[in-house]
Write a protein that binds this ligand. Sequence first.
Ligand SMILES: Nc1nc2c(ncn2[C@@H]2O[C@H](COP(=O)(O)OP(=O)(O)OP(=O)(O)O)[C@@H](O)[C@H]2O)c(=O)[nH]1
Ligand SMILES: [Mg+2]
Length: 458
Amino acid sequence: MTSKSPEDGNNGVGSEAESGIDRRPQPFRAMVLEPVVQLRREAAGEDVRSNRSPEARLEEALGLGAAINLNIVHSAVVRINQPKPAILFGEGKVEELAGLVQAEEVDLVVVDHPLTPVQQRNLERRLKTKVIDRTGLILEIFGDRARTREGRLQVDLAHLTWQKSRLVRSWTHLERQRGGVGFMGGPGETQIESDRRQIQDRITALEKALEQVRRTRDLHRKKRKKIPQPVVALVGYTNAGKSTLFNRMTESDVFAKDLLFATLDPTLRKIRLPHGREVILSDTVGFISELPTHLVAAFRATLEEVLEADLILHVRDISHPDTDAQAEDVKKTLTDLGVSAQTGAPIVEVWNKIDRLDPAYAEKLLTSQDGEGPVALSALTGSGIDALYARIEAFMGQNDDLFSLALPVTDGGLIAALYQMAEVLEREDGEKEIRVEVRVSDKQRGPFRDRFKPFIVI
Ligand SMILES: Nc1nc2c(ncn2[C@@H]2O[C@H](COP(=O)(O)OP(=O)(O)OP(=O)(O)O)[C@@H](O)[C@H]2O)c(=O)[nH]1
Ligand SMILES: [Mg+2]
């Protein structure tokens, strides 16, 4: 649940002074490179990246850059015949890039490909500027977005674990927090080296703090479990439209933007479906291809809402050229998280953004829904949303039980408990007893019977 405490403010960078003076540092002049390793593509039969064209991948990388407000002055797909262990690219290419970095006054080079610590360091030396890879960039975005205490702790932990595993100087948002000015202001290499022990100490401290936060969360969740509403979780690739759909369904206004990783902290809200049933809807962080595994792990706690959901809606941007590859990535991440078709909650695909499709095709999708396959809709315009409600209701309703009860009017506690555990469909207050018709969900059936058995009429 998103909670804002006074300390949950900005991460330091980009916060504006009360006086209204904009103290934001100028955006970094960045260069984004999309390496295409020919050999690797052939060898990597199951590499999902190879399902995407280099241009599409570059575009996503640019989106990631934009998500952290980089001023991208140059971008290119770079073909590599054989990756060089020391510098990834060929000698000639590095020379050329170094010239470009100088000419364009580039402060940061993003390489959308995993870099070994050695490659990163060598490239930084040769290009005379900061170099980060995809993981580094995603960590930066997450660091920038995390608003709740738990979110920040998780990102810090993921960042430190990553840093420790690489044992190499790299700028991090932690350094910025320590008072640096933006990306470049961190301490020097020797300091990081000497900090290595401190990194471990901080990791231990963070793990402890997270444990505490999680315990509190657990308590909240246990409390929630006592309420009868089932949980419906929205998952999907970043920018698929989860938050937009969440806002439409909850009539609320969570942050939804054409921005990768707009949402980081989970949000839960209760909604009433057209037929009266109440469910809790949860919006969460989006997934992306090659989401670093330790980041997935760090966000496990956050994603527990998803793991424990009664129904998962997999929101897809069906208008995106890479929608199939994105769907594969999401499924893979869900599997990594331990949600599978066999063991986890049922998953319904929601094909979003049909307003961007050819109208005839969109119409066909809308009219050919069979109540079993994907639900096509537009979160933006609202068309098709009723079919989604109907689907959720069908899912929720299929295991419901209806009961008639006669309760003594004198027992207020009992009646309060009834409203906690069941959905009251009808109520008739008599002199001595209250007659009610109720609907009880699958997961409440056991406790409900234990408590109300003597009062059940039918
Ligand atoms: N045309 C169109 N645009 C949509 C639709 N749904 C969402 N969008 C747009 O897609 C962009 C991303 O929407 P979000 O709701 O922020 O996506 P998200 O899945 O929450 O993204 P993250 O939080 O980054 O994972 C926004 O610019 C939305 O306005 C839709 O049905 N049609
Ligand atoms: Mg979102």
